[in-house]
Structures are given as structure tokens and as C-alpha cells.
Design a protein. Structure first.
Length: 264
């Protein structure tokens, strides 16, 4: 741990909160969008288009960020840049246009299954928002994520496709779904997160825990567990809720920004 990191780790709660709040203000701006996958759903204005574009983009958000953005744009193009209309009214022939698509281990068969699963969610469970909201808890969305996975894979699917939706009840930190929920739920005037889901409180959200946010959190004394798993997420959640119980996941901007842009 470097000298600056050691000094920061020695800060008291007030000092740490002030430091992180400054970093949130620095990175929670529209300039953040230009280099982040969240730019994909920002191309749309219809609620359903935004949430479907966001869900699919978040699903493949691991690896090189430029490749994530490029492949997310490909998915949108395959849907005629009208995600909701495509999900609800696509033909088998149109779905075949996805043939050959691949992002790391997410392939065209996974994409086709996701489209059919999303159609089922909108037709049977009143859409993505309600599918998550109905199993929320006051201070955690993790059980709701686990229940959502059951709903999502009620359609015919290959077993391998299930790995692309995390299950917190199986010990996963569910980074990508927690990121998706941040995008949909957080409500502020900064223009990055959408805040279009009103039935879920930001207080229930969890930080998208990955290698960057995890490493920074450890250096700041917010996290002691070495693995980036479900137990680590619970520990980080508790620490961030001490800093801001109403909007703990805003600190994702600070942790991610410090790790990715400042090499903290």
C-alpha cells in the first residue's frame, strides 16, 4: 500500500466521507458517459428501450470496455435499434440475424435466449422493473436478484446460458446486475444514472463490486475480505451505508473512478 493510500486508510469516518463525496462529484457527471457502457441505454428515450438496452449491455460488461461498448452497439443494431419492439414482436428469421454474435463467453444462442426471456418477463411479469421490485427487501436487492433469475429462465434455455445471470444466494457479488440496478434506480440530477424505476429505493442498492472497486475499498479500509464475492459485497454494503444510508451506491463512482482513472 502506498503512502497516500495509508494516509487515507487512517482517516476517520468524517474525513473519509468528505474525500469520497468529492470523488463522487468528480466522476458522477455526464462526461463519465462517454467512456462507459452506460452510453448505450442513453441512446434511447422510451423507458422499455432504456431498461432492455441497459440490461443487455450490463450482461456483457466484463473485459475490455471498448469491446463491451462495441458489442453492445452490435446487439442494438441486431434489434433494429428498437429493443422493446424487437423483444415483443421479433420473428424467428429476425432472431437468426444474431447468428455469429459473441462477446467472450456470451454467444448468439445466449443472446437469443435472453430475447425470449425478456419477452416472457414483459408479457407475464409486467416488465423488468416489476420482476425485480416484487421481491425487494428494505436494505437489499440480493434476494430479489436470485428470484429474478428463476423468473428469467422460465423459458427454454441451455444450461450454459444461466451463468450469464448471477445468483447472490450462491455466493456471487452479482456485479453486473447490481450495476444495472444502479443505472435504473438511482435518482439525482447529474445525468448519468436514469432513475426511471420508482418502485425500488436507492437505499436497497448494492455497489457493483469488481476488481477496481474492491481493491480501492480495501485500501481505504472499507473492505477486509480478499475475494470479491457475496460476503465481500455484504461487508462493503454495510460500510457504505454508514457513510450514506439513503444512497450508498453513489460511492461506486468514487471507488471505480479512483481505481480506473487514477490507478489508486
Amino acid at each position: 500500500m502506498g503512502f497516500i493510500a495509508r494516509k487515507l486508510a487512517d482517516m476517520n469516518k468524517t474525513e473519509l466521507m468528505e474525500f469520497l463525496d468529492e470523488k463522487v462529484l468528480q466522476y458522477n457527471t455526464t462526461t463519465f458517459i462517454d467512456s462507459d457502457p452506460i452510453q448505450i441505454p442513453h441512446q434511447f428515450s422510451l423507458k422499455e428501450d432504456i431498461e432492455i438496452a441497459a440490461f443487455l449491455t450490463a450482461t456483457i460488461s466484463w473485459g475490455n470496455r471498448k469491446m463491451i461498448i462495441s458489442n453492445s452497439k452490435r446487439m442494438m443494431a441486431m434489434m433494429g435499434d428498437s429493443p422493446y419492439d424487437f423483444v415483443m414482436s421479433h420473428t424467428d428469421a429476425q432472431l437468426q440475424k444474431a447468428e455469429g454474435f459473441v462477446h467472450r463467453t456470451f454467444n448468439s444462442e445466449d443472446f437469443k435466449t435472453f430475447i425470449k426471456a425478456l419477452q416472457h418477463i414483459y408479457a407475464t411479469h409486467n416488465g423488468l422493473e416489476m420482476a425485480f421490485a416484487k421481491n425487494q427487501q428494505p436494505l437489499s436487492m440480493q434476494p430479489a436478484i436470485a428470484e429474478f433469475k428463476k423468473l428469467f429462465f422460465a423459458v427454454s434455455h441451455q444450461r450454459r446460458t444461466m451463468k450469464h445471470v448471477s445468483d447472490p444466494m450462491q455466493g456471487s457479488a452479482a456485479k453486473r446486475i447490481n450495476m444495472f440496478l444502479r443505472w435504473m434506480v438511482r435518482q439525482d440530477q447529474n445525468g448519468v444514472d436514469f432513475g426511471i424505476w420508482k418502485s425500488i429505493s436507492p437505499a436497497a442498492l448494492s455497489c457493483p463490486l469488481d476488481v477496481h472497486s474492491g481493491n480501492v475499498a480495501r485500501k481505504l479500509g472499507l473492505l477486509t475480505r480478499k475475494q470479491n464475492d457475496g460476503k465481500a459485497l455484504a461487508e462493503l454494503d454495510a460500510a457504505l451505508r454508514i457513510l450514506d444510508a439513503n444512497d450508498p451506491v453513489k460511492y461506486d463512482f468514487a471507488l471505480f473512478g479512483l481505481g480506473v482513472f487514477e490507478g489508486f
